[in-house]
Design a protein. Structure first.
Length: 428
């Protein structure tokens, strides 16, 4: 069987390799020529995906990449994994999905299955995507071609998270579309979870991400409340975690990051308005989580003040630019927000991240492009007035940090197990 996977990023690439490993011939399609060239020569551009895995699939003739959508006509299925960001007014931007639909449609053969995996609001697959596919192909979904939604459940940085073993929710446009989706995904994924419609599958993914956003907001709020009462929220979470039922641990931090949790819930907020519904939990969680970087900066200012220093003129080092530990993904990272806030208050700002040696050009933070991670040595790290731990990568030597830095603001409770001096580490 030959399938096409559109969008070879954090979701599309591991999915392609899983299908390839399962004996399916995969053509990866992407608009980014550099990615296509890199993959065809067996080189990875994502830290947790090895070049060996890609090279092996290419050599076996099971995986190749292209920018040319005309190959779609030979495919039994096409799976779409393109970005779904928010625009500058924090409204859903499904233009990548629509563009992909337009690229696929003229080449769609009768009987082909089209599956959307990008996280989006309920109604995208059987609404906007169906419309562009039908308009561009002259065919009818559910009659001439199959259509389905299946959300991705990738957990970057978690080595235990294997695409094949994560149950996959699938919803078809018609019962026959669902059957076809089962047959295709069944080749590569162990457990399939069929639901009644594309919309139910879209809503499932949103529930999963809203659940995380709301629970992270809850512990972020409790961090402030308990902090004011002189209680350490980290100690409380550790204790609560011992309850064998009815509790799941979430941890506070300097703010939300990544391509999913800060963004996806607002897809529902936007769509819900059409139905006269308000998503109060989502809005409140968003408010609390986006206030976290400011809390960290204010706390740092207090700590510096206690040392007769001001943020203005201080040298501040942000430790960890990626949005979560052990990955190289800096999208939506709260560290950028921290860097902006410190800079606006007159601090001299730098960052250290072993996985992000230099900041790429991004739409959101063009002013940081080209900035390089500082070196990890006593002289460099010791030259900062304060080091703020924003992301706690495992590969960083925190005992060395304690030996080199006089003042550490810890947003991740990372220094709890490290030998430090009194008054050296401050939680935020
Ligand atoms: N990263 C995650 O952990 C994760 C987890 C679950 C779901 N998701 C969802 O999956 C989707 C993709 O996310 P990602 O992290 O893989 O994004 P990504 O930015 O890593 O990859 C998207 C790829 O799509 C390509 N692309 C953009 N427009 C295209 C077009 N018109 N035609 C072909 N290719 C195009 C880009 O060049 C890029 O390579 C999003 O909806 C996201 O919310 C992501």
């Amino acid at each position: 069987m030959k399938i096409g996977i559109v969008g070879l990023g954090y979701v599309g690439l591991p999915l392609s390799l899983q299908f390839a490993r399962s004996g399916v011939t995969v053509l990866g399609l992407d608009v980014d020529r550099a990615k296509v060239e890199s993959l065809n020569s067996g080189r990875s551009y994502i830290k947790h995906i090895t070049s060996e895995d890609i090279a092996q699939a290419v050599k076996a003739g099971k995986f190749s990449a292209s920018t040319d959508f005309k190959h779609v006509k030979k495919m039994k299925a096409v799976i779409i994994c393109v970005p779904t960001p928010l625009n500058k007014n924090r409204e859903p931007d499904i233009s990548f999905i629509v563009e992909t639909g337009k690229s696929i449609a003229p080449h769609l053969a009768k009987g082909t299955l089209v599956v959307l995996e990008s996280t989006t609001y309920p109604g995208t697959t059987d609404g906007e995507l169906r419309e562009v596919l039908e308009a561009g192909s002259g065919m009818k979904a559910g009659v001439d071609f199959h259509l389905a939604f299946s959300p991705e459940r990738e957990d970057p940085g978690n080595s235990q998270s294997k695409v094949a073993m994560i149950p996959k929710v699938i919803g078809g446009y018609t019962p026959a579309c669902l059957e076809r989706t089962k047959a295709v995904y069944g080749k590569a994924i162990k457990t399939l979870v069929p639901v009644s419609s594309c919309r139910a599958a879209e809503a499932t993914k949103l529930l999963e991400n809203i659940f995380r956003s709301v629970n992270i907001a809850l512990v972020n709020e409790l961090k402030l409340v308990y902090g004011a009462m002189g209680i350490d929220v980290w100690e409380v979470i550790q204790a609560a975690k011992t309850k064998p039922f009815g509790y799941m641990a979430f941890y506070p931090g300097p703010g939300l990051g990544g391509h999913c949790i800060p963004i996806d819930p607002f897809y529902l907020t936007w769509k819900a308005r059409e139905f006269g519904q308000h998503t109060r939990f989502i809005e409140l969680a968003g408010e609390i989580n986006t206030a976290m970087p400011l809390h960290v900066v204010n706390r740092t200012a207090e700590v510096l003040n206690a040392q007769k220093k001001s943020v203005n003129g201080s040298r501040v080092l942000l430790l960890g630019l990626a949005y979560k530990p052990n990955v190289d993904d800096d999208r939506e990272s709260p560290t950028y927000e921290l860097m902006d806030l410190f800079k606006r208050r007159g601090a001299e700002v730098a960052y250290y991240d072993p996985f992000v040696p230099a900041i790429r050009v991004t739409r959101e933070h063009p002013h940081w492009a080209g900035t390089r991670s500082v070196n990890w040595d006593r002289k460099t790290i010791g030259s900062f007035d304060v080091v703020v731990i924003a992301t706690n990568h495992q590969s960083v030597n925190y005992q060395e940090l304690a030996g080199w830095a006089d003042c550490i603001i810890d947003t991740r409770n990372q220094m709890a197990g490290v030998k430090t001096k009194p008054g050296q580490v401050w939680k935020a």
